[in-house]
Design a protein around this ligand. Structure first.
Ligand SMILES: NC(=O)c1ccc[n+]([C@@H]2O[C@H](COP(=O)([O-])OP(=O)(O)OC[C@H]3O[C@@H](n4cnc5c(N)ncnc54)[C@H](OP(=O)(O)O)[C@@H]3O)[C@@H](O)[C@H]2O)c1
Length: 262
């Protein structure tokens, strides 16, 4: 016989009622999906990106328990403003999803130092700084979950594609996740990452999904034989955000149809 107590416990495991969650890069793709999912789980979501009109649409759609804080994560003051906006909502931050990112694929021989630094700034420095800023509040409260949106390209090379700045930034994000997870492990703050395989989004649409060569490349090299569907990241996100992963830190969860298992 199913224990009603256990059924309730399991149902509650992924709930985020009363939790304030910050999601960067919420104006499109995986970030917008993440905001919708955490909101549906009960969280109050503080959403950020540069495109104000996209955030306004999301605010309208979600209706309540949502605050938009537009900004450019390459700018230090905008990162500080975002964390402050989240603290202003409820006095604490329960979840930070470092999702915003960019990719400028180019051969390593043609990569400019400016472009390399720009990618590192948004994909690595901003997640570190936001973790530091939000982490200060989490450490004070003795709880919190930080989720970094890494990539399979932080675990393996992109070859034959050329994207050294992106691969470098995501590789560093992976090990930053492990280090922060260990540094803050005894203080109740968990830090983990999701490493998605190929998912349709503005970042991947033109080069990978609209181009028949790109689409075939994904199908051929993914053990499951297909790209990911947007909803197939929901479980990993909810797991890492909630009490379901209360004894998990410093981990990289690949959601990649087996790409990195090869
Ligand atoms: N799609 C995939 O297959 C895949 C696979 C592995 C990892 N990822 C990672 O998943 C994350 C989301 O990517 P996506 O696929 O959803 O791509 P996307 O649709 O292009 O979304 C990128 C998001 O980052 C934001 N962003 C970029 N630069 C920013 C900046 N300077 N300041 C603030 N926000 C900025 C963008 O918002 P604004 O332009 O409005 O500022 C946008 O909301 C990224 O970290 C990406 O590396 C994606």
């Amino acid at each position: 016989m199913v224990s009603p107590e256990l059924s309730t416990q399991i149902a509650d495991l992924f709930r985020l009622d009363g939790v304030t969650a910050v999601i960067t890069g919420a104006s499109s793709g995986l970030g917008m999906r993440s905001a919708r999912v955490l909101h549906a789980a009960g969280a109050t979501v503080v959403v950020s990106a540069r495109r104000v009109e996209r955030l306004d649409q999301l605010v309208q759609e979600l209706g309540n328990r949502v605050v938009a804080c537009p900004g450019d994560l390459a700018i230090v003051a905008d990162r500080e403003r975002l964390v402050q906006a989240a603290v202003d909502v409820s006095g604490s931050i329960g979840v930070l999803v470092n999702n915003a990112g960019l990719s400028k694929p180019v051969a390593a021989t043609d990569e400019t130092l400016e472009q390399f630094a720009k990618v590192m700034d948004v994909n690595l420095v901003a997640p570190f700084h936001l973790s530091q800023l939000a982490g200060a509040h989490m450490l004070k409260a003795g709880s919190g979950s930080i989720i970094n949106m890494a990539s399979i390209l932080g675990l393996v090379a992109a070859s034959p594609m050329k994207d050294v700045s992106y691969c470098s930034s995501k590789g560093a994000l992976v090990n930053m996740t492990r280090q922060l997870g260990c540094e803050w492990g005894r203080k109740g703050v968990r830090v983990n990452a999701i490493a998605p395989g190929w998912f349709p989004s503005e970042m991947t649409q033109a080069e990978m999904f609209d181009d028949p060569n790109g689409a075939q490349f994904i199908e051929r090299n993914t053990p499951m034989g297909r790209a990911g569907r947007p909803e197939e990241l929901d479980g990993a996100l909810l797991y890492l955000a909630s009490q379901a992963s209360s004894y998990v830190t410093g981990q990289i969860l690949a959601v990649d149809g087996g790409w990195t298992a090869r």
